[in-house]
Design a protein around this ligand. Structure first.
Ligand code: NAD
Length: 353
């Protein structure tokens, strides 16, 4: 076994069907009294439900979270929290809403309680993103890690089937890259493999029966593990590629992850055989990359970048960008090989080295 250092930074987790009912007690546990409830406009009803549940512990609702956390929205939310005298914030929703909570915490130090309703995993990480003048910057800061996370599978029953599938595959991507991270460790690897296993088992059930609460619980459990590993180790080629494609070509987050993952894994396969073995084992398959593309197809998820809005004439620029910023990755970044990878991902070809 390789030498390693490990320090856990994890929020308190309350998990279970109906766990939302424990929100008031969790706010009290933090020593807080008045929560500003955050959501996207699409989930304003959920925010209202939370505010009703909190009664006088609700300081109000800010239902204007949007993708990629524009700084203007973050400022408005922070000002609203101050105006209504909130001493904590509750973020109910996916990564976009959690991201807004993190932006408030970064500036104000306000404690955040996250109630995730997708499988993106942001609630488990100290990573934040902020978009200013069209440029998204990300960073790490311990202040943005939510203090408490309530995982209630009942709240994921409304997540549309398509987004459930791609969001779950997005979570699997965190765990897959954690298995070959240069700063990985045995505990992270255990969590990553179990996260992939739980999601890969639950997603096909949810594809057929989206209201299956047990499978919703299993998927959320897998998402928790995948989010936790994302918060502890560095991501490689796959996440950098998706960041580039999402940021430069405005492609939808979970779908990009879904399409790119098999191709990024096959790029790294020869340089990370142990990780590939463990991903394949978690998928109950022989070949990790092919099994993931097969799973995406079976789940009706996209498998080609051209299906999700990538312009063909953007592939060269994407390859330049992906090869230009150096970061740790099992296999060195070779511009021509990355260009070929992108072409295969664009066309939806089977993953090949
Ligand atoms: P999202 O939060 O943008 O949600 C997509 C849409 O689905 C929104 O309209 C949302 O309101 C709706 N929705 C969410 N849950 C629902 C439910 N249960 N029922 C009905 N509708 C629901 O999507 P996402 O994929 O969760 O998050 C993507 C964002 O999160 C990206 O900006 C990404 O960069 C960020 N992210 C950050 C981290 C991190 O560690 N900082 C990790 C993962 C993702």
């Amino acid at each position: 076994m390789n030498a390693f250092a490990f320090e856990a930074h994890l929020p308190r987790v309350v998990f279970g069907a109906g766990a939302l009912q424990q929100l008031a007690a969790e706010i009290e546990r933090l020593g807080a009294k008045r929560a500003l409830v955050l959501s996207t406009p699409e989930q304003a009803d959920s925010a209202r439900r939370v505010a009703e549940l909190l009664g006088e512990r609700s300081a109000g609702i800010f239902a204007r979270a949007v993708m990629h956390v524009p700084v203007e929205v973050a400022r408005e939310a922070r000002d609203e929290a101050r105006r209504v005298g909130a001493d904590c914030a509750v973020a109910i929703g996916g990564g976009s809403t959690t991201g807004l909570g993190k932006a408030i915490a970064l500036d104000s130090g306000l404690p955040i309680i996250a109630i995730p309703t997708t499988y993106a995993g942001s609630e488990m990480t100290p990573i934040y993103g902020l978009t200013e003048a069209g440029v998204k910057k990300t960073g790490r800061d311990a202040r943005v890690l939510p203090r408490t996370v309530i995982y209630d599978p009942e709240l994921t029953l409304t997540l549309p089937v398509g987004l459930s599938m791609t969001s779950g595959l997005n979570a699997i991507a965190h765990a897959a890259e954690a298995l070959y991270a240069h700063d990985g460790n045995p505990i992270v690897s255990l969590m990553a493999e179990e996260g992939i296993r739980a999601l890969a088992a639950a997603l096909p059930v949810l594809h057929q029966a989206p209201q299956d609460l047990n499978a919703r619980g299993d998927a959320l459990y897998g998402a928790w593990l995948c989010g936790a590993v994302l918060g502890h180790v560095s991501m490689g080629l796959h996440h950098k590629l998706c960041h580039t494609l999402g940021g430069s070509f405005d492609l939808p987050h979970a779908e990009v992850h879904t399409v790119v993952l098999p191709h990024a894994l096959v790029y790294n396969a020869a340089a990370a055989p142990e990780a590939m073995f463990r991903i394949a084992r978690a998928l109950n398959a022989d070949d990790a990359a092919r099994a993931l593309q097969h799973l995406a197809r079976r789940l009706g998820a996209p498998t080609a970048l051209r299906e999700i809005g990538m312009p063909r004439d953007g592939l060269d620029r994407a390859a330049d960008l992906a090869a230009s910023a150096p970061y740790p990755n099992p296999r060195p970044l070779e511009r021509e090989a990355l260009r070929a990878l992108l072409q295969r991902a664009f066309d939806g070809d089977p993953p090949a080295a």
